[in-house]
Write a protein that binds this ligand. Structure first.
Ligand SMILES: Nc1ncnc2c1ncn2[C@@H]1O[C@H](COP(=O)(O)OP(=O)(O)OP(=O)(O)O)[C@@H](O)[C@H]1O
Ligand SMILES: [Mg+2]
Length: 279
């Protein structure tokens, strides 16, 4: 036993920390695969030979000290790094066995399939309704207003926000509380029917109650989506994810089932981090 996290994991019986059983694992499909991914910002290498399989209907947590490359890796998965001029990505990343760095691939379409939720809730300066309706509209997903309204409702329901906002859909999204805004952003990501949802420290600006709501939501969303979440909170990684990858200075030092990473890490760097020797 190496850390409080490990002890918590042994005592908590919450459904959200149920690891994927070996039998379940055999039936899970590889949704995304990264092979030998190197990332450079100018001459500086930020990630070295990252290789990992990301399975359907699982939550993968990315953990590790600040600056180790977690956000960089997350951004590789939907080509958000394309927006950074000096950033160069080598290696292979596939989604359903299709190379996402294929020059012929439509990046807008890719980002609809691989959605993103950021650290700071960032609603558009639009109404609650229009925050959700925006994506389906620009992707031409609906022809009628009724259909669009239905998507708005379903997305808000899936994000656990509908009951709180159903009577104020015309009010600005920015008028919601921080936790509500983050659920609005999750609903916005869901509205375009993504297959993978990337979350970069989605709870770091939230209080413990709002955090608990989002964590429960992540566990529910796993039934329909593949989720990759960056978190600095190891208890959170232990609670919400089935797999964990530990990054250190641009390397992926170790990855595997979350319970093994926290109770029996093989790499000294992981052990040092989860026991709080550095971070
Ligand atoms: N736009 C950028 N331009 C240049 N260097 C960058 C850029 N973004 C990140 N880096 C560098 O790449 C490395 C990895 O950064 P990254 O943001 O991926 O780390 P992180 O693990 O997400 O850290 P944190 O926990 O602080 O968010 C760092 O050395 C960082 O300074
Ligand atoms: Mg980061």
């Amino acid at each position: 036993m190496t850390a409080n996290v490990a002890e918590d994991m042994m005592t908590e019986t919450d459904a959200t920390d149920t690891p994927t059983s070996p039998a379940e694992q055999e039936t899970l499909a590889k949704k995304m695969v990264a092979r030998d991914v190197d990332v450079f910002y100018g001459a500086k290498q930020a990630l070295k030979k990252i290789t990992i399989d990301i399975f359907e209907n699982e939550v993968l947590s990315l953990i590790g000290p600040s600056g180790c490359g977690k956000s960089t890796f997350l951004r590789c998965l939907n080509r958000m790094n394309d927006t950074i001029d000096i950033c160069r990505v080598n290696g292979d990343i596939t989604l359903d066995e299709q190379n996402i760095y294929d020059p012929a691939l439509d990046v807008v379409q890719l980002r609809a399939r691989v959605g993103m939720v950021f650290q700071k809730p960032n609603p558009f300066p639009k109404s609650i309704h229009d925050n959700i309706a925006y994506g389906p509209k620009i992707h031409g997903m609906t022809r009628h207003k009724d259909e669009l309204d239905q998507i708005v409702q379903t997305s808000l329901e899936k994000a656990g926000l509908w009951n709180e906002v159903k009577d104020r859909l015309a009010e600005p999204g920015t008028g919601l509380s921080g936790g509500q805004q983050q659920r609005l952003c999750i609903a916005r990501a869901i509205a375009v029917s993504p297959e993978v949802i990337l979350m970069d420290e989605p709870c770091s600006a939230l209080d413990p109650i709002a955090t608990a709501i989002i964590e429960e939501l992540i566990d529910e969303l796993r039934q329909n989506y593949t989720i990759v979440i960056v978190t600095h909170n190891m208890q959170q990684a232990a609670r919400v994810s089935q797999k964990t990858a530990f990054f250190h200075l641009g390397d992926m030092a170790e990855h595997g089932p979350t319970d093994e990473i926290f109770t029996n890490p093989r790499d000294n760097r992981t052990q040092g981090y989860i026991t709080g020797r550095y971070g």
